[in-house]
Design a protein around this ligand. Structure first.
Ligand code: IMP
Ligand code: MG
Length: 421
């Protein structure tokens, strides 16, 4: 069985938590795009783990794979592996596999990302992790791959080929070109340590599927940050939609069984770009404080707003969801009235689907339906029936509007705070 999970909004929908919950039933959990710009918070047995690269299923027995469609900073991975080891979670090569073709994030990618962002008149608000520049090199065929850093000679030769061009680019942007060759020894050492983890992800997954094993593909970021279909230019540099899991892992689309969308009961965005339902007021404050809406990777406060149906509809089209996991429902508690954006007003017309251009989306004025909130603390509720009537109505309304079944409901960050609807 092959299941793909993606974020249906702008990232931080709580994918980590849902993957962690589902991982118990899966033999393999695989990351297919993005890099350490992602941040997953997993809370298990009272411990909080903040992960950027290691797939969220790490706390179960599943095999973890990092696919060739990702970009990987080996220093960050090593840090994560040792953080996990310090917590008694030993991640051996039997547990984790990294594809030989995974693109490596080099120090110059981070330098270029930071320099470029600082010079933009209109900022994107990148995470400064070098993600975009690592993908530029993949497309430009100047990437260094996982298998390269595991082979000292090959790595040094490859870097020699690329270095002068990178030094010039950094100099031109006013940076220090010495960064290009600054960590060669560290990368060689990390490459040596990571060599036993190298694998062929596509082959492993296809063999597992043939054996009727269960494979979960874990998306990073969110649908509207997709490089092709997102709110350009305010997007990340990889494809975040479900189809990207097939391309990024090397699994044919005929193999896909389920596509689960993780969606918050409201919406958040970190970084710049349009967010029509954003609430720069007490409601936004409530969502941010109660929802702990601060970036896992950058610590930046997330922008918060009401549930946006037009964006959800687009997300359903882009991913072909077979079901949803609705997260952070508890965060809405104690707000007397809740709003759901069912359409936008743009140039005097009411539309129920986002316009293609980001500039137009930024001009959209949300049209809302109001529903009554609830005062009860629902963070301990374990069944649909245990929810206050208004919360049930909110879920039913969302389901009716989205025309996709909500399979899971999450009412808090802990492992036990999710139930099947
Ligand atoms: P980049 O991915 O660092 O290039 O950043 C591009 C945009 O994507 C910025 O607006 C980031 O805030 C956003 N972004 C990147 N990764 C995540 C994520 O995991 N969650 C939410 N936003 C993200
Ligand atoms: Mg996140």
């Amino acid at each position: 069985m092959f299941t793909i999970i993606t974020g249906a909004q702008f990232g931080d929908e709580g994918k980590g938590k849902i993957v962690d919950m589902m991982a118990e039933q899966y033999d393999i959990v695989a990351r297919f795009q993005g890099g350490d710009n992602a941040g997953h918070t997993v809370v298990a047995d009272g411990k909080t783990y903040k992960l950027h690269l290691v797939p969220s299923g790490v706390l179960f027995d599943s095999r973890l794979l990092i696919g060739p469609g990702t970009v990987m900073n080996p220093e960050i991975l090593m840090k994560e592996l040792s953080m996990l080891a310090d917590n008694g979670v030993k991640v051996t090569p039997a547990k984790l596999g990294i594809d030989a073709k995974t693109s490596i994030i080099m120090p110059y990618h981070i330098a270029l990302d930071t320099l470029r962002e600082s010079k933009r008149a209109v900022k994107i608000g990148t995470t400064n992790r070098g993600i975009g520049f690592a993908y530029i090199d993949k497309v430009g065929r100047d990437e260094i791959q996982m298998a390269d850093i595991a082979d000292k000679k090959r790595f040094v030769k490859r870097l020699e080929e690329i270095a002068p061009q990178k030094e010039n680019a950094i100099k031109e942007m006013g940076g220090d070109p010495n960064i290009v060759r600054s960590k060669i020894d560290e990368y060689i050492e990390t490459g040596r340590k990571l060599k036993p983890y190298i694998t062929d992800v596509s082959r492993e997954i296809n063999l597992a599927l043939k054996d009727e094993k269960k494979v979960l593909a874990e998306g990073a970021q969110g649908t509207h940050l997709d490089i092709i279909h997102g709110t350009q230019k305010f997007v990340t540099s990889s494809s975040t939609v479900a189809g990207s899991a097939c391309a990024g892992l090397g699994v044919g689309p005929t193999k896909v069984d389920n596509v689960i969308g993780v969606i918050k009961a409201y919406i958040t965005r970190v970084g710049e770009g349009p967010l029509p339902t954003e609430q720069k007021n007490d409601v936004g404050e409530h969502l941010r404080e109660k929802g702990g809406e601060f970036g896992t990777t950058t610590g930046r406060p997330r922008r918060c707003g009401w549930f946006d149906l037009p964006l959800a509809k687009k997300s359903i089209n882009l991913n072909g969801y077979t079901g949803f996991a609705l997260t952070k429902l508890d965060v809405l508690g104690r707000l007397p009235m809740l709003k759901i954006c069912t359409g936008y007003e743009l140039d005097g017309k009411i539309i129920d689907y986002p316009p293609e251009s980001s500039d137009d989306l930024a001009r959209c004025k949300p049209v809302y339906t109001e529903v009554k909130g609830w005062d009860e603390d629902i963070s301990g509720v374990e069944t649909l029936d245990g929810l206050p009537d208004n919360a049930k109505e909110y879920i039913e309304l969302l389901e009716k509007l989205m025309e996709v079944h909500i399979e899971y409901i999450s009412v808090g960050p802990g492992r036990k705070q999710t139930f099947i609807k």
